[in-house]
Design a protein around this ligand. Sequence first.
Ligand SMILES: Nc1ncnc2c1ncn2[C@@H]1O[C@H](COP(=O)(O)OP(=O)(O)OP(=O)(O)O)[C@@H](O)[C@H]1O
Length: 656
Amino acid sequence: MFLSIEEAFEQICEPLQRLGDFVVIDSSFDESKSDLNVPLVETLSPGVDSPSSPTSPSLYTDVNLVPEHEKKEFELAICTLEGELVELRSKQSSLEEKRREALNKLLDIKGSIRVFCRIRPFLSHERKKSFGPIVSGSEKVLIGSTGNRKEYILDRVFTQDASQDLVFMEVEPILRSALDGHNVCIFAYGQTGTGKTFTMEGTAECPGIVPQALELLFHQASLDESISFSFGLSMLEVYMGNLRDLLAQKTPRKRWESLSRSVLNIQTDADGSVEIERLHEVTVTDFAQANKLYNLGRRARSTSWTNVNELSSRSHCLTRISIGRTGSREGGKMATSKLWMVDLGGSERLLKTQATGQTLDEGKSINLSLSALGDVICALKRKRNHIPYRNSKLTQILRDSVGDRSKALMLVHLSPREDDIGESICSLSFAKRARGIESSKEIPEELKKQKEKRITELEEAMRDAEGECRRVRNQIQLVENQVREKKRLYALAYGLHEDLKSYQGNRQENQREMVETPTTLEKSITANGSLSLPRFMAPTVCSRQRLKTDSSIRTSSELAPRKHEKTHLSKDLNISFENDMRNSNTKPLRLSAKKPGSEDSGFVFSPTSTKPLSIPQNKRVSVSFSKQTINKASLLQHRRRFSDSEIGKRFKVPVN
Ligand SMILES: Nc1ncnc2c1ncn2[C@@H]1O[C@H](COP(=O)(O)OP(=O)(O)OP(=O)(O)O)[C@@H](O)[C@H]1O
């Protein structure tokens, strides 16, 4: 009588499953020449990551024994890898320190207040023919009519076609410096409608500096595992000399809440650090959350229509990221730094905008605070004793972030239009004042060359440290994965005792029932499905059918065959084990399946064939498993070993 492929395969596998899900391998078995279409098993050797090659798998078939040396080897492998991790992390820390130092020196040489210039492209309704600002090289802007052209030198000039990404690339080093612990301030300055908000906020398709900076901060923080970072986001606007919290509730439920939107006090500590009373600071844990909050805040900003810009910002919008760092460099204490990103209100000639009423007042207020900011920057550049921070709310807020120990970047925006030349010259004069004595024109040629050489060296040192850091980080990730995997395997192999105990505790009632009567076991399995038992204990379809006729159960330990023992599979099929599975952990287990009374044939079951294939008498049927299941299979041996004895003790089931 022939069995269907599925029945026959199940009958072979079922007792094996009861023995622990595998492993029957013949080392002489050549998979490529076989019709047996089952995946291949390879055994796991502790301390070795990749399984051995499919053609020559290292084989062992331990069912009941876990050699002690194997466990020790495992522990040793984990220890070695963890030691390697410690070394790699310390290397990463020193490389980070190197990069930080190089960056700091670089920013110092380049100037603690740097000024960039960006020229907006023509808008669709603007006439493209113009004699606006002309960019010459990456640092020079020429403006004015041919005979009366003025030249301005800046740290970097972006032409009309400069992308948001290009601008951000140049801004990135100063942002990294904020992560390194410096207070940083980035301003967008310029005439109304020249693209300040576009540069800072951007659009969904072309995100500006703020969203990109948020992404960068979270990304960089995730790379450096030696430091734990925390981020807090606050947003406020300075509108007509008052501070408004942009993250405060929109529809206040109580009166004091509505007041808190406008009544924010600026507090300055003895050490010069500034705090804004009642300003909401929301802890943000990832970029998506921070960006969502930022979008909420910017929508609350005061804007209105002006002659020059349809959606003109009528205030200064300030976004603050408080960066908390806890790490060995900080001696275990939390150090904080601030990153301010400021979209300044548009500088405007009030006559030109023809503003009246409130718009006029808003314009006046914006101009006053911009002029105060110019004074502060100028005093800092000239190293004056008195820095006039108190002249405006804007400069009071930024007191600890625009100064000696901090870094600032001013992005001056220009219109491409000829009509706006006067405004552009005003903006460039502001930029010149901000750059102060650092104007390249005023530096002797020799000194300039030396400075450039030093900048190149530091940039190279930074790149090298970063490259090396990246490599170390990849190594760390690799080793971490190895450790994780080893620990997982170890826990599976040697740590399941507790799991299973608790599992058995939970199931005690069920188990008692099972011991009492096999029929109850069957019921319990049917009712709860195989999920109610560990996989190796769950009966297959085949065994359940047998239970119906057999009404008795053998435990898996009792099922484990001794040498040359024949396990009864069905009336038509026998399976024999060549090795004693209980005692061998290295020799391959050989399995042959044949019909009783048939001397010369075994079976290889091919799922594609409905007929059993005849093979030579001495040819063993080899059952193997996929590469992916190897770890699991090997470990299930250990699991099974434990469960066998436990189950043996618990289940006093009569053996047939
Ligand atoms: N680089 C650019 N590329 C494309 N469009 C730009 C660019 N810069 C500005 N714009 C467009 O110009 C218009 C005005 O820009 P934006 O509102 O950013 O100016 P602003 O300087 O912030 O003005 P205000 O001071 O009045 O708020 C917007 O429609 C904006 O999309």
